[in-house]
Design a protein. Sequence first.
Length: 131
Amino acid sequence: MADLKLLLVDDEQEFLEPMAARLKRRRLACRTAQSGAEALKILEEESFDCAVVDVMMPGMDGMELLRRLRRDYSHMAVILLTGHASVELGVQGMELGAFEYLMKPVDLDELLDTIRRASLAAAEVRERTNA
């Protein structure tokens, strides 16, 4: 997983920084953004294999960010993450093209496995579309 690049998007600093540090200790290249707008600015300059996006954020929420990512960065896998259980949001996210919908607090190994699977699936799609 050392060659995978991840964008972690969450407005909660107390979640964002420790999770990014844990992912980096697992040798995952991880960049962070505290808002959907910041994530989009980062994506203008850098590409990622996968984004883990919090659903509930002020301003542009995770669902709107997912819509924009699917439209403008369709090659990138998106995993939604939330601390607010909602079957409706989960279904909506999957319909919009999210790879997975995970609940906080998320187990690190589960998150890493999901990132790996999502990134592999996105790479297969890229390969098919470039062939």
